[in-house]
Every structure is written in structure tokens, then in C-alpha cells.
Design a protein around this ligand. Structure first.
Ligand SMILES: [Zn+2]
Length: 283
């Protein structure tokens, strides 16, 4: 393809349209991946204990077809068009009128917005697709962590490896920045975790958070680790306190750290490393 072809195919507008469809798929990932993991854990435990368990119908990202959780109505293709179907159905199931969460169209719109911004920021070149993929995995991780306080290895580890490989191929940042970003990303939260645990006996975060920050380090570089942790802690604390006051935080639950790490990573990606260092007065 020529440079002009790229300017059309990878324009912010086209990327935003792609983002709508990817966002629709991310809704499925956010909903089903935790269910698939849980099934896997049950199956493994049953095997180890040598007991029979009924796992029900198998779940994959593609099967079974999406159904209304209230009435079981199978969602057909024209009820599954990003944003448009939700608006057309006025946020209700076509069969039983049960409300459909506004989160579905919002995830689709947010993904479209991010893909468009990536296109605008990176320019019409193939590497824009790489950064769109990075953003998509972060949205999925943020959604799953928010719902379940899990950050699946099946997303964090490929994200980490992809960041290192993209850097080694010369597509993103310099390789030493990526490698040390991954190492320091993991070890910094690991250290905080153990200090906090030895001091208070509580666990402030999970191992998924270390892996996610390692992945962000591999994509964004060593210098971005501290800005990401600072921003994520600050915003996470504000949201946590607000939720405590609003009493929307369920008893015994805590606000997951992953969505804030992912959010800070997305901000750094869009702002650019130099600008972030400038904000902190470190440039
Ligand atoms: Zn229904």
C-alpha cells in the first residue's frame, strides 16, 4: 500500500469505526473471559480431587450465541450492531423488555474514541494498529478487573510479550527502555505489595497488577512507571473514597487497582512520554 492508501485506510475516522466493532467484541471478552476462567479452575480442581462436577454448557468467546440474561431470547445480528441497536431498542430486550446495561454502548463508544485518538496521534501508518490493539487489551483488562478484581494472565502476559517484541522489532520504544520498564514495573509493585503485607498483614493488590504494570513498562518505557503509578494511586484513592461515601462499595470488597493502571497507561500513550515528563517537570 502507498502512503495515500494508508491515509484513507488508517484515518482516525476509519479507525473509530473499527473501534466500534472491536468494542462490541470487548464487551463479550469482559463478560465471558472470567466465566471461562472459573470453569477452567473448577474443572482443574475436580480433576485434582478426583470428583465429578457438572460444569454445564461449554463457554467460549464465540459460543454459545449471546442471549438475553432475563428471558433467553437469542440476540440476532441486527440487535447486535454497535451502539445503533442499543439506541434502536431503547436499551431494552426486544422480547421481554428487560433493560440492557448502558455499559455495552459506552464501551463501544469509548473504544471508538480511543482508536480515533490513536489514529490522530500516531498518524496514518501501520503502527497505529499496534497501539489500537494495546488500547483494546487495556479496556478488556480494566473491565474485567472492575467486575471481578481479576486480571487474567491470558491477557496481561501476551500484552507484556507483545510490548517487548514490538520494541525489539523497532516499532515502538528503544529495547532497553522496554526491558527495564517491564522489570521495574513488575518489581516496584511486588515490593510495595510485600512491604504492605508484612506491615499490615493485608493484601493491597494482586499479582495481576504487577504483570499489568510490567506490560505497561514494556510498551511505554521505564521512565513512565513512576508517573503511571502516581496517577493510578491518586485517582484510585479518590474514586475509592468517593465510593465509600456513596456506599456503593460492597462490604469486604475493594476498589481494583488495574482499571486505574490501564487508564494511566492510555493517558501516557495518547499524551506521549515527553509531554508526561514535562507535566512532572522532569523533562
Ligand atoms: Zn429478554
Amino acid at each position: 500500500m502507498t502512503a495515500t492508501d494508508y491515509e484513507i485506510v488508517l484515518s482516525p475516522f476509519v479507525l473509530a469505526l473499527v473501534g466500534l466493532c472491536v468494542g462490541s467484541f470487548l464487551n463479550v471478552v469482559i463478560h465471558r473471559l472470567p466465566l471461562m476462567l472459573e470453569r477452567g479452575w473448577k474443572r482443574d480442581s475436580a480433576e485434582m480431587l478426583g470428583v465429578e462436577v457438572d460444569l454445564g454448557q461449554p463457554i467460549t468467546l464465540a459460543l454459545p450465541r449471546s442471549r438475553c440474561p432475563s428471558c433467553g431470547h437469542q440476540i440476532c445480528w441486527y440487535e447486535n450492531i454497535p451502539v445503533a441497536s442499543w439506541l434502536w431498542l431503547r436499551g431494552r430486550c426486544s422480547a421481554c423488555r428487560a433493560p440492557i446495561s448502558a455499559r455495552y454502548p459506552l464501551v463501544e463508544l469509548f473504544t471508538a474514541l480511543l482508536f480515533g485518538l490513536v489514529g490522530w496521534r500516531v498518524g496514518a501508518q501501520p503502527v497505529a494498529l499496534l497501539w489500537c490493539a494495546f488500547a483494546a487489551v487495556l479496556i478488556a483488562l480494566a473491565g474485567i478487573d472492575w467486575d471481578t478484581t481479576l486480571l487474567p494472565d491470558s491477557l496481561t502476559l501476551p500484552l507484556l510479550w507483545a510490548g517487548l517484541v514490538a520494541s525489539a522489532l523497532g516499532w515502538t520504544i528503544a529495547l532497553p527502555q522496554a526491558v527495564w520498564g517491564a522489570v521495574v514495573g513488575y518489581l516496584s509493585l511486588w515490593t510495595i505489595y510485600w512491604v504492605f503485607k508484612l506491615a499490615t498483614g493485608k493484601e493491597g493488590m494482586g499479582f495481576g497488577d504487577f504483570k499489568l504494570l510490567a506490560a505497561l513498562g514494556a510498551w511505554l518505557g521505564l521512565k513512565m512507571i513512576l508517573p503511571i503509578v502516581l496517577a493510578a494511586s491518586l485517582i484510585g484513592a479518590v474514586v475509592g473514597i468517593a465510593m465509600k461515601f456513596a456506599a456503593s462499595l460492597r462490604e469486604g470488597r475493594y476498589v481494583p487497582f488495574g482499571p486505574f493502571l490501564a487508564g494511566a497507561g492510555i493517558v501516557v500513550m495518547l499524551a506521549g512520554q515527553q509531554r508526561v515528563l514535562g507535566w512532572l517537570g522532569w523533562a
